[in-house]
Ligand binder design. Structure first.
Ligand code: SF4
Length: 59
């Protein structure tokens, strides 16, 4: 299963990943984008290809 991590220290606007991710991995909780369904990630790299604060490690 791919591992999806977010580095919040970079302060990047991540709101668009809610629509960008085809697998519904991200959710907005308390005004913060979080990795809610990592098990659904298909490692398409749409998110980490466009956001330097997101990292997807294929296994
Ligand atoms: S790699 Fe693709 S499927 Fe996985 S979290 Fe990023 S956008 Fe979603």
């Amino acid at each position: 299963m791919p591992k999806v991590t977010i580095d919040y220290e970079k302060g990047e606007d991540l709101n668009d990943v809610l629509d960008l991710c085809p697998a519904g991995v991200f959710e907005k909780q308390d005004d913060k984008i979080v990795v809610a369904h990592e098990d659904q990630c298909t490692a398409c790299h749409a998110c980490d290809g466009t956001h330097e604060s997101i990292k997807v490690e294929d296994d």
